[in-house]
Design a protein around this ligand. Sequence first.
Ligand code: 5GP
Ligand code: SF4
Ligand code: MG
Length: 466
Amino acid sequence: CGVYGVIGVADAANFVALGLHALQHRGQEAGGIVSYESETGFNSARRFGYVRDNFTKASLMETLPGHLAIGHVRYSTAGSKGQTAIRDVQPFFGEFSMGGAALAHNGNIVNAEALRRELIDHGSIFQSSSDSECIIHLMARSFQKTIPERMKDALRRVEGAFSIVAMTRTKLIGVRDPLGVRPLVLGRIGDGWALSSETCALDIIGATFVREIEPGEMVVISAGNGVESFRPFQHASSRFCIFEHVYFSRPDSILGGRSVYETRRQIGVELAREAPVEADLVCPVPDSGTPAAIGFSHESGIPYGMGIIRNQYVGRTFIEPTEQIRNMGVRLKLNVNRALIAGKRVVLVDDSVVRGTTSQKIKEMILDAGAAEVHFRIASPPTAWPCFYGVDTPEKEKLLASRMSEEEMRDHLGVDSLRFVSLDGLYRAAGEAGGRTPGCPQYCDACFSGDYPVAPADMIEKGFKL
Ligand code: 5GP
Ligand code: SF4
Ligand code: MG
């Protein structure tokens, strides 16, 4: 998901809509905005579909006045899947004795089911099936006197990944979990401030990047006091999601002081060194494989070409919630550039293999177009473990790499060769010259290594084996 917030500028909701539009890649199912103005109080709008189709209408934006607003774009990793329940669309809102608060959450709470059971037993009335709603109910049960203090109380009970943007009548609040699994950045816009999942969404409103919210940090921003920083959690060493660099974030974002584009390009360089191949053409699987393909071509000296063309009017296939749509999705979205491919030995570079659907379809299309050989190079290690921290990987059994060795996957996909970047190669590309530090890795890489930095409590209770 993507989260965004603005304080201290007129018509804040318009800026939030722009920010959410720049974060649309983080969630395409639905979006929501809450704003506050003294006359009308809190106002909210939650809609299915793209930001540009909803939050551009003057009739809707007029209902969201004020100098303070937050928003969310949704990609379901917990709660109902797809466009089934508007009640699961964020921001969530709560009315407390000291006033209202709205909250937008990116990440996944791994003990949400246990918390929900406990809260329901104590009288909480849940409105949604989302894990994030627990936070509102935990806040309602806190005895603290201010909303930020209640949020701290609530979040100390929550395990997992959270980057949160919240608001009261007068304050914009940003929080990152102690490991900083999901990104969150602070920007300055005129006399106001913005919080965003990624820097690319600061650029769109002309805000300047100030800094990242640190792992384990809470910032409380108000007109009177500016940005106040708190450390509500026990210190832990940071474990930013390395898959944000591989796929999830936009390449024009800067995360953890690293250009996402540069990391992706460098993964391609590492791949060309680790898994060289004799070929005539390097093609990205657009768009997610493009920077790595550029790096692979540069390092190997094999010419780069656009052998697969993407229809720009189709969203991310993976994010479509049903298997059937996803299967069709590849052909709706990608087509082969026959004139370039025919007769060539082609290296195809993609970011990841999850179920293997994309690679399978693309291989068929490339061979139909007359390619002489097909070599897959993947810009991440084999995805063998599900993510419980806010990326929607399927159950373990559906992950190709959890059932098959690299060689079996190559046979299964029927390609001439298939190679993945090593975990150390990936870390080097992400700026860790010495690779992955065993025992205390610098990133979360659980979907590749099975090394989960936070035990997924609800899943373990259901029988998931680490
Ligand atoms: P597959 O077709 O193997 O199931 O999925 C791999 C494709 O899905 C890649 O092209 C990748 O760009 C895309 N993808 C989209 N969203 C995700 C995600 O959340 N996780 C992973 N690993 N890949 C994703
Ligand atoms: Fe990111 Fe993978 Fe960790 Fe999930 S398991 S947070 S996708 S690195
Ligand atoms: Mg892709």
